[in-house]
Design a protein around this ligand. Structure first.
Ligand SMILES: *Cc1c(COP(=O)(O)O)cnc(C)c1O
Length: 430
């Protein structure tokens, strides 16, 4: 019997049956068939410690024994309180207030509502639109779909259902670009702000790495320039660090590369090490204090049932402790060295006729192809070699768990490269 599960992003007519996962250990998970697959994606980028990490499993068990859940409306508890303090400690200076929710999309909805209400409370109710970037991805809920890339994104058919926002071009200067080279990208942002700032409440971006919209990378100078423009036009800066947070770009947060503090910052995916769904929206005193007032409208009207869930908070605390005690930033640097050596420095790969670009940042690498059909069959090809890869669109990428060894990472990059080598021989290209 086919399963009643409706799978995400699946084409129902052509989808292959989904293999059943029965367990996992370190960077691998195991299938019912006995196959063990090295996960090159760490399960949509969140399982940063890999599977069945002792300390994380035990943290959940201990918390489950004490308190599995309690509402955060009018109540608090130790794990939420400690996690909020820890997030304030590790995030950029000035982000002193933490609003919990249950997923990255909802964390972004919270951020956008906060920005709109902030301007309303300061007497600028017209500033209720967002400025977002082409190639952006901020989640799948309605509010988030409206700020995703409207053309490339997965949501174009919903255009009539969504509120209208302002879009600026995606940044074009790469991570290494200097101040001069990002000027054209910043001028494009300025253009939209000059024309529409009276209606714009916040500029949203995935700092340095636009993830699900095509792994587009940009420079820390772009973040600094965006910060200055937001100050000039009285627009809040929102960093969506759902994908970039917790080490993915090589520093704890992408904002750290630029020494920039956004007004609002959203964390999810790696927050709990992937062990439970949760998110945090952080705000500066400046944003928070605008909500201190006498009218009914000063309350922030949002409150997901599972916000501050004790199990999620406890495992997030343990995840952060492991991150720091086991020198994850050092591990990420080692992974980055391998990715650069194996992919960026491979002249043959970069010159391959199917390959448009190869990019590496922190523990992220992507091979972009000219034609998306080039990647058809790559998941099956990888699986036969014991690797789980899940390319999308024009992008074959890896975002491995940080506990992945250099040898295992080379296994992943070898499979990625062999796909292109194999494509020269018609009999093996499938
Ligand atoms: C995954 C992602 C989201 C959405 O998070 P969900 O937990 O899937 O709702 C938002 N923003 C970015 C940058 C993401 O990568």
């Amino acid at each position: 019997m086919t399963s009643p599960i409706w799978h995400p992003y699946a084409h129902l007519k052509s989808q292959a049956p989904s293999p059943k996962v029965v367990g996992g250990e370190g960077p691998r998970f195991t299938l019912e068939t006995g196959e063990s697959l090295l996960d090159a994606t760490c399960s949509w980028w969140c399982m940063i410690h890999g599977y069945r990490h002792r300390r994380l499993v035990e943290a959940i068990q201990r918390q489950a024994d004490e308190l599995c859940h309690v509402m955060l409306g009018g109540l608090t508890h130790e794990s939420a309180d400690r996690l909020a303090r820890e997030l304030v400690r590790v995030t950029p200076e000035g982000l002193n207030h933490v609003f919990f929710s249950d997923s990255g999309s909802v964390g972004m909805e919270v951020a956008m509502k906060m920005a709109v209400q902030y301007h309303y409370l300061r007497g600028k109710p017209a500033k209720h639109r967002m400025l977002t970037l082409m190639k952006a991805y901020h989640g799948d809920t309605a509010g988030c779909m409206a700020v995703c890339d409207p053309e490339e994104g997965m949501h174009s058919l919903f255009a009539g259902f969504l509120p209208q926002h302002y879009f600026a071009p995606a940044p074009t200067a790469g991570f290494e670009a200097g101040e001069d080279e990002v000027q054209a990208d910043l001028d494009a942002l300025r253009g939209v702000l000059e024309a529409h700032h009276e209606k714009i409440g916040a500029l949203l971006m995935e700092p340095l790495l636009q993830a699900a919209g095509g792994l587009n990378m940009t420079s820390p100078h772009y973040l600094r320039g965006a910060r200055a423009l937001c100050d000039e036009f009285d627009v809040l800066l929102i960093f969506d660090e759902v994908a970039t947070g917790f080490g993915r770009t090589g520093k704890m947060f992408a904002a750290d590369h630029a020494d920039v503090t956004p007004d609002i910052m959203v964390l999810s995916k790696g927050l709990t090490g992937g062990y439970l769904g949760h998110a945090a929206t952080l705000a500066t005193d400046h944003v928070h204090d605008a909500f201190i007032g006498d009218s009914e409208l000063h309350a922030f009207m949002h409150g997901p049932t599972f916000m501050g869930n004790p199990l999620a908070c406890r495992v997030a605390l343990e995840s952060l402790a492991v991150f720091e005690e086991d020198d994850y930033l050092g591990r990420i640097q080692a992974l980055n060295d391998v990715l650069r050596e194996e992919l960026l420095d491979d002249a043959e790969l970069r010159a391959h006729p199917d390959v448009a670009d190869v990019r590496v940042l922190g523990a992220t690498a992507v091979i972009e192809v000219h034609d998306a059909e080039t990647l058809e069959g790559v998941a099956g090809f990888a699986r036969r070699q014991g690797v789980w890869l899940r390319p999308f669109g024009h992008w074959l990428y890896t975002m491995p768990a940080y506990i992945t060894s250099s040898n295992d990472l080379r296994r992943i990059t070898d499979v990625m490269k062999h796909w292109f080598n194999a494509r020269h021989v018609p009999s093996t290209s499938q």
